[in-house]
Ligand binder design. Sequence first.
Ligand code: GLP
Length: 244
Amino acid sequence: VFANGEKASDFLAEYIVEKINAFNPTPSRPFVIGLPTGSSPEKVYLNLVGYYKAGKISFENVVSFNMDEYLGLPPTDHQSYHYFMHHHLFDHINMKPENINILDGLAADPAAECARYEAKIKSYGGIQLFLGGLGPEGHIAFNEAGSSRDSLTRKVTLAPSTLEANSRFFDNDPNKVPKFALSVGISTVLDNSEEVVIIVIGKPKQFALQKTTSGPVGSKFPCTFLQTHPNVLIVADSSAANKI
Ligand code: GLP
């Protein structure tokens, strides 16, 4: 728990850099990382770009899988997670384009796209580090209430609370937020990752963080499934952690 979001982000960026460098990835043994979007990881990405520009890290042998994408948004849409990731991270570091994986929100056959993505994640034989955030009602990626522990990458319907929370990026109008998304599942994250790191910043996340650490494990609050993974690190600021 850190005094503020900035300090939490500084810690996490350094932590990621140390993990990647210690792994010493090569083309045949890349470091595989899962990545989230949202405002919580923004400063982490800014710092990673800084470390790259200072010559402290190379992303040449890093493979990434993003957690989710809105259904129906083209990659050029500024609210798409494709755009977010390129804008905040990928355009400024030396990731190879072929090593960047993001679900295709324009896929003609969403089920096939999700099956392809799930299989591709598994083809690497493990994700070294899955970085995630928390929705205010306890979702991880776009696994809303009702998501099961064994859920895989799939098309999901966004909860009204998520439409409301994310409407800040859509002219404050929940009706403008896409109603559906493609998202990795709970199993996709927990059963393929050696380590899961969750960044939780700000007072609106108090409830979700409390559930994550001490709520009874179940689909009502999918974040509680994190308790079933042996290696989870939560990086929070003091306002989010006020109730734990
Ligand atoms: C969205 C994303 C989640 C993210 C959450 C929190 O719903 N699909 O992956 O964790 O937002 O975002 P923020 O950090 O902006 O609160």
